[in-house]
Design a protein around this ligand. Structure first.
Ligand code: FES
Length: 215
């Protein structure tokens, strides 16, 4: 049953910071309810109707609606400061990484093999730029070579070159990369394999750098 003549907005000042609420829970006018020993008992229902017409269960869950919807200026400021701090930290992290990348020593030039050691369609595993970085070199034509990091860009399993099919295959989750470009063409990997730049000097094949790509 609802009282059609009842105007909840006129009956209760919904502003949490109104003077009439002072001394209570900070949520209801002082003359609205019978005084209570426990100020936490005082609340304003979502429909703003008096406590006497509220269902019995609401006494067990006395949500104070204005208080519930009140966002203090201090809370809002806190939220803005935290959000801004997180954003600034992210930007600083990106800037630091860029700075670190620029300062890194230039890639070493490392001899991998000679052109006479690998036939067309042949493959050689080598380490570059450090002893911990396994890479694969594939001779795709008489004067064409490609080399990639052997670490799959999905979950780092070792990829296996399959020159006859023109792919590098990752056995862990059936990922496949195009042999000519190193880009993913099947399975879960989304990023291309880092490409090792090569130079043939005389009869020797050298690794000269690592090209990390995101797409
Ligand atoms: S690790 Fe290569 S496809 Fe998952």
């Amino acid at each position: 049953m609802t009282d059609a003549s009842f105007d909840p907005r006129a009956a209760i000042d919904a502003r949490v910071d109104s003077p009439g609420r002072e001394g209570l829970t900070g949520t209801a006018p002082s003359d609205r309810y019978a005084s209570s020993a426990d100020p936490e008992d005082l609340s304003v229902a979502p429909d703003f109707r008096p406590a006497s017409v509220q269902p019995a269960w609401r006494q067990d869950f006395p949500i104070d609606w204005p208080q519930d919807h009140y966002v203090a200026r201090r809370d809002f400021t806190k939220f803005m400061i935290l959000t801004s701090a997180a954003f600034t930290a992210g930007q600083l992290w990106i800037a630091a990484q860029n700075w670190w990348r620029k300062r890194r020593a230039p890639s070493p030039v490392t001899r991998i093999t000679t052109v006479d050691e690998i036939a067309v369609g042949g493959v050689q595993v080598f380490r570059y730029p450090s002893e911990h970085d396994a890479c694969v070199l594939v001779r795709v034509g008489p004067a064409e070579w490609v080399a990639y990091s052997q670490k799959c860009t999905h979950l780092s399993c070792a990829v296996i070159p399959m020159p006859a099919e023109g792919v590098l295959h990752c056995p862990c989750h059936e990922g496949r990369f195009d042999l000519a470009t190193g880009r993913p063409i099947a399975g879960p990997p989304r990023r291309p394999l880092p490409r090792i730049t090569l130079e043939v000097r005389g009869r020797d094949v050298f690794a000269t750098g690592v090209e990390r790509r995101t797409s």
